[in-house]
Design a protein. Structure first.
Length: 317
């Protein structure tokens, strides 16, 4: 029996599922169990314990003892990007799927994604939530798109920018895909996705739900992060560096919508400052005509006129 298990371990799986794990002991069983219930079974599950101070590491080890497809690794804490990179370097599968350790997959997620992968180098599916909250970005029909079209969808806020709900051809994951400084802790997934786009040939959108996002995890960075203009400018520069090489206009509607979205995050965080270089060097270049939509036109006026900002700040407070 042991020999058979070792032979199975050597075999190359179709899909490598990589789960970075940090302080999610209350969600981890939910996450792993959902993966083990997949109707598509030709996968390996790589659990990367990123120095969790709770019992998450022990939970990973216990599952690795139960199923030959599961591998548990332990490393010093380095952040979620570091953990994903660690897992990617150890993945043997032809395809890569990232799952966060507080989220889950519906039972047919792998089947849906893999069945749509024949003509594509990446497949993107829909995300739902674990409660009645609607996830804001939804694919309405199955369609094939170019990498540039996919990036434009993300820049315009039409597509989710995280690493999840995506089946990625491993050969497309270049050396710089997850190579980011440790101080990039929010929107790092967006940067990685734009870098990934350089290597893709075709992106397939599928309108079925392939991922279940947990909205009530208080430890999630998205629930705690305070967006500043310094940080927004850093993220913008990383994105700009790649999209320029792809031929996307830096002064076009897509990049303008992305820039305004950063300012919205900053404004809600209470850190907006018209005297900051990220504001006075970029904002004057955007007009109502190329801001993308009516809502952005309103935000543009708010960012440009102090009286409107004061009114909105009082409403928010």
């Amino acid at each position: 029996m042991k020999k058979q298990i070792e032979i199975l371990r050597i075999m190359i799986p179709k899909i490598s599922i990589i789960v970075p794990v940090y302080k999610t002991e209350q969600y981890l069983h939910y996450c792993i169990d959902s993966i083990l219930k997949q109707t598509f079974v030709d996968f390996e599950l790589i659990l990367v314990d990123d120095g969790s101070p709770d019992s998450s590491g022990e939970i990973c080890d216990s599952y690795a003892q139960l199923d030959y497809r599961i591998y548990a690794f332990h490393k010093e804490n380095g952040g979620v990007i570091s953990a994903r990179r660690y897992g990617l370097n150890r993945a043997k599968g032809e395809w890569i799927l990232f799952v966060d350790s507080d989220d889950a997959l519906p039972p047919n997620a792998l089947s849906i994604l893999y069945n749509a992968s024949e003509e594509c180098s990446m497949v993107v599916g829909n995300i739902s939530t674990n409660n009645s909250v609607n996830f804001p970005y939804q694919i309405v029909s199955d369609v094939e798109k170019s990498p540039i079209e996919w990036v434009n969808d993300m820049l315009r806020g039409k597509m989710h920018t995280g690493p999840v709900a995506k089946l990625i051809k491993k050969s497309c994951c270049g050396d710089n895909f997850l190579d980011l400084p440790s101080d990039i802790v929010y929107a790092e997934d967006f940067i990685a996705n734009v870098r990934l786009a350089e290597k893709l040939s075709k992106v397939c959108y599928v309108s079925q739900t392939v991922y279940i996002y947990t909205v009530d995890n208080d430890n999630s960075i998205s629930n705690k992060f305070v967006y500043t203009l310094d940080y927004g400018m850093k993220v913008y520069c990383y994105i700009r560096e790649v999209v320029e090489k792809m031929g996307i206009s830096l002064n076009g509607t897509s990049m303008n919508m992305f820039y305004l979205n950063i300012l919205k995050h900053v404004f809600v965080s209470g850190k907006y400052d018209v005297a900051h270089p990220f504001v006075y060097n970029y904002l004057p270049k955007i007009s109502l005509k190329n801001s993308g939509c009516i809502i952005n036109c309103i935000w543009l006026l708010i960012f440009k006129y102090r009286l409107l900002r004061i009114v909105l700040q009082r409403i928010l407070l």
